[in-house]
Design a protein around this ligand. Structure first.
Ligand SMILES: Cc1ncc(COP(=O)(O)O)c(C=O)c1O
Length: 438
């Protein structure tokens, strides 16, 4: 691989505007040039390696340069790279839609595709509003989301996102939407369980819907884990109650499983742990194993039927050029093959138990608060006064060959599912050393 880290860093800073970044911060924080990836490791141009402890922004499931996904993509390249999906169809998109419908919670048999996660959120919001409008209820146009929720950065998605850092600047551009309390399990005490917190938060949702259901189209939630809020975890009871309330008040439930889907919380979809089926299921990130941008919104027969008519404008006239891209769908099919052939959910259950045992010394660390775990996500908050904690931790982790990006004062591990015990132990040992040195 030609060039040095310094060369690629300089060229990138001159030509590339990096996402979610104050570019000036790179005057002091080194940009990390990646030359190649293999398994759970990324390699820079100077031959140093980094353990990808965050699955490259929560997308990678089976490692970088996975031979099985690579082979599927090479085979697909020989037949069809892409064809428009309006008026045409192709094998990968049909097979993927059939398989997702079979694997998802029951009743979600209609797959509409987008590219990134935010486009799935936009699709679900627009579809929900349009559903009610087609049913003669155009007044049902409001959305409800949870405190701390994150659903993407486009204007519609940002309107239902409650992370001030991303939202505040653009607030004047955003449609109004309601925020209800999050059932954050960290609020639990010896006398109040996570389920109690969930019941209280559901009561707040009920109070809101009781008053506003006539003007509300949908409630949108990240099931079980709110990622961008800092891996906030909550009890499945909340989802059960939210589902029942949405049904009772005639409001859609949108499950944003863009981060939680594809095994991340221990089941293929987080909704399974509550035994609920949403009206819309948003998927992206892990869907292609971290290879290609693809998102999908699964919806019900009832939703689909509301759009099925002679009148063109009753149809869902939404599109992206790369909707249902054949290569991305083929990567997704390869990912589903791996889940099936390797019995990944069962293997992860055992892996997750071993990793939790390996992380035990961290949970007991004096600076660690609210150590928590769900499936293949481990997180804890750090008792620190340093406002620049996340940035310092990131830089210190790089020194120890670890790619970890705390969210504010929350450190989390979200590794690809192929990390072994020794690699996970590196994440734990490195993190301990950094906390000790802080
Ligand atoms: C729950 C959730 N929804 C939506 C998104 C937005 O996805 P994307 O960044 O692909 O637009 C994210 C991204 O982190 C997410 O975690």
């Amino acid at each position: 691989m030609s060039g040095t880290n310094a060369e690629w860093r300089a060229r990138s800073l001159a030509a590339v505007w990096h996402p979610c970044t104050q570019m000036k911060s790179h005057e002091t924080l080194p940009l990390v040039p990646i030359a190649r990836g293999s398994g759970a490791w990324l390699y820079d141009f100077d031959g140093r390696r980094l353990l990808d402890g965050v699955s490259s922004w929560w997308v990678n499931l089976f490692g970088h340069a996975n031979p099985r996904i690579n082979a599927a993509l090479v085979a697909q390249l020989d037949s069809l790279e892409h064809a428009l999906l309006a008026g045409c169809t192709h094998r990968p998109v049909v097979e993927l839609s059939e398989r997702l419908a079979a694997l998802a919670p029951p009743g979600l048999g209609h797959a509409f595709y987008g590219s990134d996660g935010a486009s799935a959120t936009e699709i679900a919001l627009k579809m929900s509003f349009h559903y009610w409008s087609n049913r003669g209820r155009a007044d049902k146009r409001g959305f409800v989301s949870l405190a701390g929720g994150y659903h993407g950065e486009t204007l519609g998605a940002l309107a239902v996102t409650d992370v001030p850092l991303f939202r505040s600047t653009y607030a004047p551009l955003l449609m109004a939407s309601a925020v209800v309390p999050c059932p954050d399990a960290r609020r639990g005490t010896a006398n109040r369980s996570a389920a109690d917190i969930a019941i209280d938060a559901a009561a707040a949702l009920e109070a809101h819907l009781e008053r506003h259901h006539a003007t509300t189209a949908a409630v949108i939630v990240e099931p079980l884990v709110q990622g961008a809020a800092g891996m906030v975890m909550y009890d499945a009871e909340y989802l059960r109650r939210a589902r029942a309330l949405c049904t009772r008040y005639g409001v859609h439930l949108i499950a944003d499983e863009i981060m939680t889907g594809f095994g991340r919380t221990g089941t293929l979809f987080a909704c399974e742990q509550a035994g609920v089926a949403p009206d819309f299921l948003c998927l992206s990130k892990g869907i292609t194993g971290g290879y290609l941008p693809l998102s999908c919104v699964l919806s019900t027969d009832d939703v689909y039927a509301a759009f099925y008519a002679d009148d063109a404008v009753r149809g869902f006239l939404h599109s992206h050029s790369y909707t249902g891209n054949a290569l991305a769908c083929r990567a997704a099919l390869a990912v589903l093959d791996i889940f099936r052939d390797d019995d990944v959910i069962a293997a992860n259950a055992a892996r997750s138990q071993r990793f939790t045992a390996l992380a035990a010394p961290l949970a007991a660390h004096g600076r660690v608060r609210h150590s928590r775990h769900q499936g293949m996500i481990w997180a804890f908050d750090v008792a620190t006064d340093r406002p620049d904690f996340a940035r310092r931790f990131f830089a210190a982790a790089l020194e120890r060959e670890l790619l970890l990006r705390p969210i504010d004062r929350t450190v989390y591990f979200m590794p690809p599912y192929i990390v072994d015990d020794a690699e996970f132990a590196l994440l734990v040992a490195g993190t301990r050393a950094i906390l000790d040195a802080e």
